[in-house]
Design a protein around this ligand. Structure first.
Ligand code: HEC
Ligand code: HEC
Length: 326
């Protein structure tokens, strides 16, 4: 298999590689003077003299040097016959570094399979109590998730905090498993052209008021009105969100993008388009189960499915109840 999108590059590589060898051989041929008998292989005086007595000679190339170069050319030709190196030509041995990598990965997976096997069927809540699994989970998270969610899993603007017991999609083991396996795509439509800047600002005041943040009271009322027109379809009449759509709870003072008036206006006018990449095919199902347990454990410190999440506020608990998810 070739990574080139057109065969042209294959020919290019093949020609450059063969031309290099031909050029080396030609160079050796032009420097063949040592083959001849003395005096042909004696230094030749170039006739250049410096400072009166420094004479420049033209010495023939040493024999060992030429032999070494010839051997290198022979090696190169042999290599290019046996291994891939000339564009699309795959070599007589059929070697491929991609196959080699795949073999090593398979061997690696076979070696770790027994280690993971016991987690395939174990309930997530039990995996969350298994010290060994938690260690593996931590490492898997650092290698595969931390670049977006942070090494402490506390997230960053646009990347949800996974430790706070507040969920866009739901925090039950099953839902987390779905999220990690299939990924998520959160889309908040852009309202620019529909909602003018002034109204967007009113709505932002209303949204901030729901979390008890400082607002311009005189604008909250008209903001609430507009919210009722444009926003309730996804965020709900009570603005507590909808986990089936990934529409966040806007009443809990937990923010994916930020709580400032300006940030909320930007969200309303420009919308948001956010993706969590699917891990199916990237990680094995056992690895995903271990990660699910690890993530779930971050907000269920004692591994108790019924306990409220640590750090959960009253509003979060209400959200969890409303969705019927722990
Ligand atoms: C490329 C960045 C990226 C990587 C890598 C990534 N995530 Fe995410 N993740 C996101 C984004 C962005 C969201 C929010 C999606 C949305 O807003 O709809 C998200 C959402 C989630 C959620 C849902 C949170 C909620 O509140 O419902 C979970 C759980 C999650 N990620 C776990 C993981 C795990 C475990 C990994 C590692 C296997 C991982 N993520 C890797 C970007 C990433
Ligand atoms: C079609 C469904 C839909 C509609 C309608 C909608 N939203 Fe959203 N909204 C979402 C989704 C989904 C997200 C999460 C986006 C993400 O995951 O990045 C979101 C995110 C937000 C956020 C960011 C919250 C945070 O934690 O940072 C705010 C604020 C918001 N919406 C306000 C509004 C307002 C105000 C309206 C009405 C003008 C509105 N939304 C209409 C679906 C919707």
């Amino acid at each position: 298999m070739s990574d080139f999108t057109t065969p042209v590059w294959g020919y290019f590589v093949g020609i450059v590689a063969s031309a290099g060898i031909v050029w080396c051989l030609w160079l050796l041929y032009t420097q063949r003077r040592w083959l001849g008998k003395a005096p042909a292989n004696q230094p030749v005086d170039t006739g250049h003299v410096w400072d009166g007595d420094l004479t420049e000679l033209n010495n023939p190339v040493p024999r060992w040097w030429t032999v070494m170069y010839l051997l290198m050319c022979v090696f190169a030709v042999g290599y290019l016959v046996l291994f891939p190196g000339l564009g699309q030509y795959t070599g007589t041995l059929g070697y491929s570094s991609a196959d080699d990598l795949r073999r090593q990965q398979d061997a690696q997976e076979a070696a770790t399979r027994p280690l993971y096997a016991r987690y395939e069927a174990m309930p997530v809540a039990d995996i969350a109590r298994d010290t060994r699994a938690q260690e593996i989970g931590q490492r898997l998270f650092l290698n595969n998730c931390a670049q977006c969610h942070g090494s402490d899993a506390k997230g960053a603007p646009g990347f949800p905090n996974l430790t706070d017991g507040d969920w866009l999609y739901g925090g039950s083991p099953d839902t987390i498993l779905q999220t990690i396996t299939h990924g998520r795509h959160g889309v908040m439509p852009a309202w620019t052209g529909v909602i003018d800047a002034r109204t967007a600002s009113d709505i932002a005041d209303y949204v901030r008021s729901l979390s008890g943040l400082g607002v311009d009271r005189s604008r909250v009322f008209s903001g609430k009105d507009a919210f009722g027109t444009y926003c309730v379809a996804c965020h709900g009449v009570d603005a507590k969100g909808n986990q089936a759509l990934g529409a966040p709870n806007l009443t809990d003072n937990v923010w994916l993008y930020g709580s400032s008036q300006r940030t909320i206006e930007v969200t309303i006018l420009n919308g948001r388009d956010n993706r969590m990449p699917a891990q199916e095919g990237v990680l094995t199902s056992a690895q995903i189960r271990i990660l699910t347990a690890w993530v779930w454990r971050q907000s269920h410190a004692d591994g108790d499915a019924d306990a409220p999440a640590n750090g959960a506020t009253g509003a979060n608990a209400g959200n969890a109840l409303a969705s019927g998810k722990p």
